[in-house]
Design a protein around this ligand. Structure first.
Ligand code: FAD
Length: 545
């Protein structure tokens, strides 16, 4: 196999497959498995040296999932579910990576994955009705169907600060962490950013470093993880009827099996609301607090403000210095409109004598120098800078394959010049046989992504099978269907509070990126029903040839 690939690369001939998948994370692995079972000749290509995607790259201290691992798992094979037991409520990155390696071994997936292979460009050939992919190592692939399982959070955002190259110390990015770890002992460390990766890593870096300075532009709401063994109430529910538990997740709004709340905030007394909040705070579960307090918390500013105030109280209680507490307290977005974080000792870390918070709203960074970071008010000398500055989310990895050329020479970059246009977040008009897993326009990052990924992969592979069996060679959405999906997306987003926050959900974290809410806010269960309806109504909104 390897010899064949090398000779193909050397001679410039393309490897011929039915389906090429880009990415070997949660999505790519499951795709490969399902495509093979459906009788397709398929390969996956990944820039990484092994499987895992997110969990291959993000090896920073404290990296964990923030959806309980019992829910953040594959569910497609009951035997796989019993063959693997998670050790914690929120598994660490090494454990999740081991799990994905275990899955790759169990289904013998690695033999069809080309690692260390970055896909550079993709072109639709109208004559042969095939995609031609080019890669950074000379390998060419020709495929009938091209599926991007490239991840919503896989393209790290480059630093926007002048002088990074002049810095004489060490620079690390949470999203590209060295495999052999980093020793912070005795070091003066800067962390830039206070998103999820920063909130997870700051407490552990602070324990090691001589001094840690955190540079914060926008504070986030963080909730305690209360990590430990998987909670017995959830485990009992799961063990009592696994199939029903999984089905409830698939039909839920966020991909986690919680019931829909019907009681609204004003039906509850202050004492009742506090009691619900304290119970949710003690549960240490993002989805619980996001969905189970009262029904209007995600859709009504007043219902949401009550939650915000209760969390602000917790921040003030946890952080001793009032000025630091005030700087760490968010005021610029509704709770949940920006992804909240789960923390272990995050706020308490600011009580340590070796930790300083620099509020960039008051003193922006002017430059990075040879010895450290200069703000409008001070010079901070450091040995190490950790950039926890997030990702060019949802579209970054897709746009990085450039050009993606569809029918009549259309480039995806041009088609998306005013923001991503998709049908169902899965397909794009003018780009036949092209699919995205958890693409912009699907529930994706607003959900437990394990559930959303399985739904997308199942839908795509089932459609490809049906297409093949019926003798069709191409599938593409209509312009009308795509425009309709755009309108539906906009309508749904008017109902939630997401429109009131500038976040990576809207592209606001990347300078120059067109602003607009990228994930579908209508919920996981309703989205699944729409996809099923598209199928049952004869592939509504698609052209087949
Ligand atoms: P990824 O895991 O991102 O894999 C994409 C792969 O595509 C990568 O390996 C990348 O190298 C490869 N790739 C991209 N472009 C190219 C190219 N041009 N050529 C070749 N290869 C390419 N989600 C949750 O639901 N719950 C959580 O608790 C959670 N925690 C997270 C914690 C962190 C730190 C991060 C960063 C994300 C987290 N997520 C979480 C989101 C997470 O990304 C998804 O859950 C899931 O892992 C995505 O899987 P994927 O296969 O779609 O993409």
């Amino acid at each position: 196999m390897v010899a064949t690939r090398e000779s193909e690369a050397a001679s410039g001939t393309a490897q011929q497959v039915d389906v090429a998948v880009v990415g070997a994370g949660f999505a790519g692995l499951y795709l490969l498995h399902r495509l093979r079972k459906a009788g397709f000749k398929a390969i996956a290509l990944d820039e990484a040296g092994d499987v895992g995607g997110t969990w291959y790259w993000n090896r920073y201290p404290g990296a964990r999932c923030d959806i309980q691992t019992i829910d953040y798992s594959y569910t497609f094979d009951p035997e796989l579910e019993t063959a693997w037991t998670w050790s914690e409520k929120y598994a660490t990155q090494p454990e999740i990576l081991r799990y994905l390696g275990f899955v790759a071994d169990r289904y013998d997936l690695r033999r069809d994955i080309r690692f260390n292979t970055k896909v550079r460009a993709a072109t639709w050939d109208e004559t042969t009705e095939r995609w031609q992919l080019t890669t950074d190592n000379g390998a060419h692939v020709s495929c009938r169907h091209y599926i991007m399982a490239t991840g919503c959070l896989s393209a790290p955002k480059p630093p926007e600060i002048d002088g990074v190259k002049d810095f004489e110390g060490k620079v690390y990015f949470t999203g590209r962490w060295p495999h052999d770890g980093v020793d912070f002992a005795g070091k003066r460390v800067a962390v830039i950013g206070t998103g999820s990766s920063a909130i997870q890593s700051i407490p552990l870096i602070a324990e090691q470093a001589a001094h840690l300075t955190v540079f914060q532009r926008t504070p986030n709401f963080a909730l305690p993880a209360h990590n430990g063994p998987a909670p017995s109430d959830r485990m009992d529910l799961f063990q009592s009827d696994r199939a029903a538990y999984r089905e409830q997740a698939r039909q839920s709004m966020a991909g986690v099996p919680y019931p829909q709340q019907t009681v609204v905030s004003w039906q509850l007394s202050d004492a009742e609301r506090r009691e619900r909040f304290e119970r949710a705070w003690a549960a240490g579960d993002l989805v619980h607090i996001l969905t189970q307090l009262w029904a209007d918390q995600a859709v009504d500013v007043d219902g949401n403000r009550i939650v915000q105030d209760l969390i602000r109280e917790k921040i003030r209680a946890a952080v001793k210095d009032p000025e630091t507490a005030a700087a760490l307290t968010p005021h610029d977005h509704p709770f949940g409109a920006k992804r909240p974080c789960l923390d272990t000792n995050y706020y308490a870390t600011y009580n340590r004598p070796n930790v300083t918070l620099v509020n960039l709203r008051q003193e922006p960074i002017k430059a990075i120098t040879a010895g450290g970071i200069t703000t409008a008010k001070r010079n901070v000398d450091v040995d190490v800078i950790v950039f926890a500055t997030g990702f060019d989310a949802m579209t970054g990895a897709i746009r990085a394959v450039h050009p993606i050329t569809g029918r009549s020479g259309k480039s995806l970059t041009d088609v998306w010049a005013q923001g991503p246009q998709t049908y169902l977040g899965l397909t794009v008009e003018g780009f036949p046989n092209f699919f995205m897993i958890t693409g912009p326009g699907s529930p994706s990052v607003l959900s437990n992504m394990a559930v959303s990924i399985e739904q997308h992969v199942d839908w795509v592979v089932d459609r490809l099978k049906a297409l093949r069996d019926a003798g069709f060679t191409t599938i593409e959405p209509t312009e009308t269907a795509q425009a309709g999906w755009g309108r539906h997306m906009a309508d749904c987003s008017m109902v939630t509070l997401h429109r009131l926050a500038n976040t990576w959900y809207t592209g606001a974290n990347v300078p120059g990126k067109v602003q607009g809410l990228m994930p579908y806010t209508g919920g996981v269960g309703p989205y699944r029903s729409i996809c099923d309806e598209v199928t049952s109504r004869g592939m509504l909104g698609f052209k087949l040839t």
